[in-house]
Write a protein that binds this ligand. Structure first.
Ligand code: FES
Length: 105
């Protein structure tokens, strides 16, 4: 069974914004792309770069790894450019009682 963790009130994560949350020893970046919310693990699949700190393009719904520049699709966790070639983990986002929550397992 997935566990549900709280991120923040919906109104505290506006379009174009990102928030980091921690679950056990996993850091997760939650991104608001024009009103749609996506969550990916904050660890690049190439060399463990801090993905969520990279440049976030809310229009394209991508983030660029600050370490070597791979571009990741936030919807799927898949890299769109090298050097990363494996996807990063994604987490389902749910909104309940005006609160953003994540399903983790
Ligand atoms: S660590 Fe992200 S591209 Fe290398």
């Amino acid at each position: 069974m997935p566990q549900v963790i709280e991120v923040c009130p919906l109104q505290e994560l506006q379009p174009g914004e990102m928030r980091l949350v921690e679950w056990e020893d996993v850091e997760i970046g939650v991104f608001n792309c024009g009103g749609n919310l996506y969550a990916i693990e904050d660890r690049c699949s190439h060399d463990d770069g801090p993905l969520a700190e990279g440049e976030f393009d809310a229009e394209q719904c991508t983030v660029e790894c600050p370490r070597h520049g791979s571009l990741f699709d936030l919807k799927t966790g898949k890299p769109m450019t090298l050097p990363a070639y494996q996807p990063v983990d994604t987490f389902p986002v749910v909104i309940e009682d005006e609160t953003i929550k994540l399903e983790v397992e």
